[in-house]
Design a protein around this ligand. Structure first.
Ligand code: KG4
Ligand code: ZN
Length: 360
C-alpha cells in the first residue's frame, strides 16, 4: 500500500510517498527557515502564505521522485493537528481536494504522534540515502517526544494504543533551546545553534536547577530558561530592569558557548533522568526518540550511556518536520480505522495526543 503524506503544520511544506509503513519512496521538504530567520522566529501569516506557494510543486515532486502516478497512490495522509491554524489549513485543503478529485481515501494524522513513526521507516528506494535503522521498534515501546511544541513520555502498547506518562507543564524543550539562543544571541533556529556553540563550551561553568514535579514523568523548562536569563544578567552586571534584548550584545563567544553548554547539559540531563525512570518502571522492549530535539547528539550520547538497551535512532532528516512520518503513520491508521470524508476534515490546532489514541 502506497501512502502519500502531506505536512504543513508549521514552517515546513513537505510531501512523501511511503510503502507499507516501512519503505520511503520519496521525501520532499521545503523549509521556510530562511524566510523566518529575519524575524527570529516563525511568523504565522508568512508561513501560511509560503505553504500556499509551494504545496502543489512539493506534492508533484514527491510523486515524481517516487516514480508514481496518481493511479499508484492508495491513500492520502495529512497532518490536521496540532500546529498553526493557517499552516494546517493549507495542507488539509490540498489533501481534501486531491482526495476528492483522485478518489483516494483520506486519513487525518496527529503531527506529534507521527514524529514517533519516523522510527518505523527501515527501507528506502535507491535514489535516497538515509542512514536508516535495520529493524522496526518493538512493543511495548517507550517514546520520548521532544519537539518545538511538545515534550512528553509516552508508552505505546501497540499501534494506536498508548498511555501518556508525563509531559511538560509549561515550555517544550525545543522552545527552551530557541529562547535560550535568543537570550544569548545565538542565531535562529536555536536548537542547532545551541548544540553547535555547546561543543566548545564548559557544561559545568554554570549550575542550573532541575525542576521537581509531583508526577515524576512530567517536565518543566520555563524555570531553566529564566535561570539562564538571570545568570546572563549577573554575568554582564545587570539586573532584571535591563532590557533583555540588549543582553546578547554584551556577551563574548566564550561566555555564549559556556551558557549554551551548561543549559544544554541541564536540559538533556532532565530529559534522560525521566526517560531512565520510565524505562526502569515499565521495562519496554524498545525506546525511541522523536521530534526536532531528537537530532541533538548530546541527547543521543547520554541516552546511550544511561539506558541498558540498544536504541535505533532515526536519521536527522526524519527527526525534524517531514511528511515521511505522516505517510508512515497513515499506513498503520489505514489498517485500523476507516478514512474520513474529505468534505468533513477540519483542523484542530491545539489537540493534545492524549485525545487521539485509537484502538485497533
Ligand atoms: O519537531 P520539530 O521540527 O518541529 C515541531 O514540531 O516543533 O522541532 C523543532 C525544534 C526547534 O525548537 C529546534 O530548535 C529543535 O527542534 N532542534 C534542536 C536541534 N535541532 C532542532 N534542538 C536541540 N538540538 C538540535 N540539534
Ligand atoms: Zn514537529
Amino acid at each position: 500500500m502506497k501512502v502519500l503524506g502531506i505536512e504543513s503544520s508549521c514552517d515546513e511544506t513537505a510531501a512523501s510517498v511511503v510503502e507499507d509503513g516501512r519503505k520511503v519512496l520519496s521525501h520532499v521538504v521545503n523549509t521556510q527557515i530562511d524566510i523566518h530567520a529575519a524575524y527570529g522566529g516563525v511568523v504565522p501569516e508568512v508561513a501560511a502564505r509560503s505553504h500556499i506557494e509551494v504545496i502543489n510543486p512539493v506534492v508533484n515532486q514527491a510523486l515524481r521522485e517516487a516514480n508514481c502516478t496518481w493511479d499508484d497512490i492508495d491513500a492520502i495522509a495529512v497532518t490536521y493537528a496540532p500546529g498553526l491554524i493557517g499552516s494546517l489549513l493549507i495542507g488539509t485543503l490540498a489533501a481534501r481536494t486531491l482526495a476528492t478529485i483522485h478518489s483516494k481515501p483520506l486519513y487525518p494524522i496527529h503531527h506529534v504522534e507521527a514524529h514517533v513513526y519516523a522510527n518505523f521507516v527501515v527501507e528506502q528506494s535507491p535514489n535516497l540515502s538515509f542512514n536508516l535503522p535495520s529493524e522496526q521498534p518493538k512493543f511495548p515501546m517507550l517514546a520520548l517526544i521532544v519537539s518545538g511544541g511538545h515534550t512528553q513520555l509516552v508508552l505505546f502498547r501497540d499501534h494506536g494504543d498508548y498511555e501518556l506518562l508525563g509531559q511538560t507543564q509549561d515550555d517544550a524543550v525545543g522552545e527552551a533551546f530557541d529562547k535560550v539562543a535568543k537570550i544569548t544571541g545565538l542565531p535562529y533556529p536555536g536548537g542547532p545553534s545551541i548544540a553547535k556553540a555547546a561543543l566548545t563550551g564548559d557544561p559545568h561553568k554554570y549550575r542550573f536547577p532541575k525542576s521537581k514535579l509531583q508526577n515524576p514523568y512530567d517536565y518543566s523548562f520555563s524555570g531553566l530558561k529564566t535561570a539562564v536569563l538571570r545568570a546572563v544578567q549577573a554575568e554582564t552586571g545587570h539586573d532584571y530592569t535591563f532590557p533583555s534584548h540588549e543582553l546578547p550584545g554584551l556577551l563574548n563567544d566564550v561566555q555564549r558557548a559556556n551558557f549554551a553548554a551548561s543549559f544544554q547539559q541541564t536540559a538533556i540531563e532532565t530529559l534522560v533522568d525521566k526517560a531512565e525512570l520510565a524505562f526502569n518502571a515499565y521495562s519496554p522492549a524498545s525506546v525511541v526518540i522523536a521530534g526536532g530535539v531528537a537530532a541533538n547528539q548530546e541527547l543521543r550520547r547520554m541516552l546511550r550511556e544511561r539506558l541498558p538497551i540498544n536504541i535505533n535512532y532515526a536519521p536527522i532528516q526524519l527527526c525534524t518536520d517531514n511528511a515521511t512520518m505522516i505517510a508512515t503513520l497513515g499506513y498503520y491508521r489505514a489498517q485500523a480505522l476507516p478514512p474520513v470524508d474529505p468534505r468533513d476534515l477540519d483542523v484542530t490546532p491545539s489537540l493534545s495526543m492524549t485525545n487521539t489514541a485509537w484502538a485497533l
